[in-house]
Design a binder for this molecule. Structure first.
Ligand code: NAG
Ligand code: NAG
Ligand code: NAG
Ligand code: NAG
Ligand code: NAG
Ligand code: NAG
Ligand code: NAG
Ligand code: NAG
Ligand code: NAG
Length: 191
């Protein structure tokens, strides 16, 4: 994860550690989100960076997509900045995917991040990304993947199950986002 702050000319590269935790999340038939948090190193009293993925399910088009990816970085990340407020960054919608299909971006993917204050612009680089929201299947494997910028291969059979599976998806998602060096199998076992 790279952060480039334009006006302050601070250049900070942040890696989301493998110890990042899912601290919160929620899911229903139309909206699902997950909040991933990790402590800021070097802080005297621990503060946290966090990253929230928000997915929306469009019943009309039978697709779900990322609605927002919001990141909050503790002020400690930018020791030279005058502000003591966290830096809030966000990215808009994307990753449109048919239901019962996962979304995969094997190559590193760059997302442009914007802030409420137009002076802050950052780039977020995600590696080995694979996500799937609004799952009904009890299968611990991802459904067939739509490759970013490529073709989709939707063929999994949906099974009507409740919201509890959201947590499962979330853990898999996190394992992929955070545990870059772990194999997929290891990620599943850790659940
Ligand atoms: C903060 O400012 C000092 C002095 O200008 C500089 O040496 C240091 O690299 C800066 N730190 C960051 C994180 O920008
Ligand atoms: C689903 O959750 C979102 C936010 O988590 C909420 O705004 C929305 O009202 C919920 N929808 C239903 C149908 O419960
Ligand atoms: C995410 O979690 C952090 C740490 O618990 C919290 O401060 C933040 O408000 C949460 N963000 C959302 C959108 O829930
Ligand atoms: C953490 O603190 C140590 C000692 O103060 C310093 O040498 C190091 O550069 C700091 N690391 C970061 C990432 O700020
Ligand atoms: C679903 O997608 C259609 C076509 O893009 C759009 O018109 C509609 O507003 C969307 N509905 C929801 C609930 O997002
Ligand atoms: C994410 O950021 C956008 C833009 O600032 C905001 O509209 C949205 O409410 C945020 N969502 C969450 C869950 O914080
Ligand atoms: C999961 O089940 C819900 C409720 O039956 C349905 O609206 C949704 O489309 C299903 N999702 C998938 C991926 O099949
Ligand atoms: C990100 O921003 C850069 C610089 O403004 C621009 O050249 C690039 O096209 C943007 N990328 C995307 C995916 O919007
Ligand atoms: C789970 O999905 C994988 C890949 O689609 C498939 O190979 C496996 O047989 C499925 N397992 C079950 C129990 O359905």
């Amino acid at each position: 994860m790279k952060e480039i702050l334009a006006t302050s000319l601070a250049y900070v590269v942040l890696n989301v550690p493998t110890t990042a935790m899912v601290v919160d999340g929620s899911c229903n038939a139309t909206d699902q989100w997950v909040n991933i948090s990790w402590p800021v190193s070097n802080a005297t009293d621990t503060t946290y960076n966090n990253m929230v993925f928000i997915f929306h399910n469009n019943a009309t088009t039978k697709t779900y997509s990322l609605q927002n990816l919001n990141i909050s970085l503790a002020a400690e990340v930018f020791p030279n900045a005058s502000s003591t407020e966290p830096v809030e960054l966000w990215h808009g919608s994307g990753w449109q995917t048919p239901l019962a299909t996962s979304y995969r971006c094997a190559p590193a993917t760059q997302l442009n991040m914007t802030a409420d204050s137009t002076s802050v612009v950052a780039t977020l680089t995600l590696s080995q990304l694979q996500e799937e929201a609004f799952r009904n299947s009890t299968n611990k494997s991802f459904s067939a993947a739509r490759e970013c910028g490529g073709n989709d291969v939707p063929d999994a059979v949906p099974i009507a199950v409740g919201c509890a599976l959201g947590g499962l998806v979330v853990v898999v998602l996190v394992a992929y986002l955070v545990g870059r060096r772990r194999s997929a199998a290891r990620g599943y076992l850790s659940m």
